[in-house]
Design a protein around this ligand. Structure first.
Ligand SMILES: [Zn+2]
Ligand SMILES: [Zn+2]
Length: 350
C-alpha cells in the first residue's frame, strides 16, 4: 500500500502558552480520532509531528494512524522557522520513500505548518533554510502554511507555498471548526490520491474561521509591536519554571491619546523541554512592569506573587509572605520588599 505521509510542523513558542497549545493538543487528538473512522485514511495516511520554538524536535515519528498516539505538546522559547524547516527536511529525507523504476514510493507528502508569530531567527539562517526548501522540497511536498491569528508574516510564508491560510483563533468553537477543516482536507486528499497524485485537495474554507490569504495583495504586514509579552519565572518552592503571558491592549486615555499596555492572560508551568527548545542566543528584550497590567500568583506553588525580581541575576521568581527569600535561579538570599515603582524585567522572545 502506498503511503500518504502527513507532517504537522507546529510552532510551540511561548506565545502559544495556555489556551492555544491546549487547543492544538485536543485538535490533534480529534484529527486522529476522525481519521481512524475513515477507511481511505486508515489505509493510506501516515502521520508525524515536529514541534519548533528556538529549537526543533520530533514529537511523533512517521507512523500509521492505527498506532498513532497524539503527543503531548511542550512549550519552548523563541520561534526559529529555520530550525523547524531544517528538522522537517531531515525527517522527510529520512522517511520518504521515493518512486523508482521498480517501486512506487509514497504519495506526495502533505505538510501542515501552524505558526502564530514572526520568526525570531537570525535572517541568514532563515534565508538558507528557505532556499533549501525551494530547491529540494517545494515541488515534492504540498505545504499548507496556516497563520494562527494575524500576527505572522504572510509574505514570508508565501515564499514556502502558495497555500497560506489565515485561521482566526478566537474561541474553542473556532478551534474545533479549524481542526475539522484540517481533517476534511486530509480525508479528501487521501481519497483523491489516485486521480490527483500531485495535488492537495483542501476542504472548502468557510472564510469565517479559515480563509486563504491573497498573497498577490502582498500588503499584509505583521504588527509593529508584539501582540504578546511573555516572562519566564521560577518557583522558589518547587524550582519548576513557568511563563507569564500578557496580551497587547490598545486604548484611548482620558486626554484622548492612544495608549498601549499589556494585560495578563495567565501563568503556566513549563517543563525542562522549554529550555531544550530555547534558542542559543537567549533574549535581551526588556519590558517595564509599568506596562504590565495584572500580576498572577505562582502557578506552581500558589505563592501570592508570581513576579518578584532578583536584582542579583535579573531573573523572576515567586515569593510568599516570608521576608527572606532565596532566588531559585542563582541562590541569592535577599529581603524582598514590594517595590512601588516599575522596574525593567527580561522578557522572552516569543
Ligand atoms: Zn512558586
Ligand atoms: Zn537570582
Amino acid at each position: 500500500m502506498r503511503r500518504l505521509p502527513v507532517y504537522f510542523l507546529i510552532d510551540v513558542s511561548e506565545s502559544m502558552a495556555g489556551d492555544p497549545i491546549e487547543q492544538v493538543q485536543e485538535g490533534m487528538a480529534a484529527i486522529i480520532r476522525e481519521l481512524r473512522k475513515d477507511p481511505y485514511a486508515l489505509e493510506t495516511v501516515w502521520v508525524s509531528v515536529v514541534a519548533f520554538a528556538g529549537q526543533a524536535k520530533t514529537l511523533a515519528t512517521l507512523q500509521e494512524i492505527i498506532s498513532f498516539y497524539p503527543p503531548r505538546f511542550p512549550l519552548g522559547s523563541g520561534t526559529s522557522l529555520s530550525k523547524g524547516l531544517g528538522h522537517l527536511m531531515y525527517e522527510l529525507r529520512k522517511n520518504i520513500v521515493a518512486t523508482t523504476y521498480d517501486e512506487k514510493g509514497d504519495w506526495k507528502p502533505i505538510v501542515f505548518l501552524f505558526t502564530d508569530g514572526v520568526p525570531t531567527d537570525n535572517s541568514s539562517e532563515l534565508r538558507a533554510a528557505i532556499a533549501e526548501w525551494k530547491r529540494n522540497w517545494q515541488r515534492k511536498v504540498n505545504l499548507v502554511a496556516i497563520s494562527f491569528g494575524d500576527n505572522t508574516d504572510s509574505r514570508l510564508l508565501g515564499e514556502l507555498t502558495e497555500n497560506v491560510m489565515l485561521f482566526k483563533d478566537t474561541d474553542s468553537e473556532s478551534y474545533k471548526a479549524f481542526f475539522k477543516w484540517v481533517t476534511a482536507s486530509i480525508q479528501t486528499s487521501s481519497k483523491a490520491v489516485d486521480k490527483n497524485p500531485e495535488g492537495i485537495e483542501l476542504a472548502g474554507a468557510d472564510g469565517e474561521t479559515v480563509s486563504k490569504i491573497d498573497l498577490a495583495k502582498g500588503d499584509r504586514q505583521p504588527p509593529a509591536t508584539d501582540p504578546f509579552i511573555v516572562l519566564l519565572g521560577k518557583c522558589q518552592q518547587t524550582k519548576q519554571a513557568y511563563v507569564i503571558k500578557y496580551k497587547k491592549h490598545v486604548f484611548e486615555d482620558a486626554s484622548g491619546d492612544i495608549g498601549l499596555d499589556y494585560r495578563l492572560v495567565g501563568a503556566y508551568k513549563v517543563d525542562d523541554t522549554y529550555f531544550e527548545l530555547a534558542d542559543e542566543q537567549g533574549s535581551n528584550l526588556k519590558i517595564s512592569t509599568n506596562k504590565l497590567i495584572g500580576f498572577p500568583p505562582c502557578p506552581c506553588c500558589g505563592n501570592p506573587y508570581g513576579i518578584a525580581f532578583d536584582g542579583s541575576c535579573g531573573k523572576i521568581h515567586c515569593v510568599g509572605t516570608e521576608k527572606m527569600n532565596t532566588c531559585p535561579w542563582c541562590g541569592n538570599r535577599a529581603e524582598y520588599s514590594a517595590g512601588g515603582d516599575g522596574f525593567d524585567v527580561n522578557r522572552a522572545k516569543g
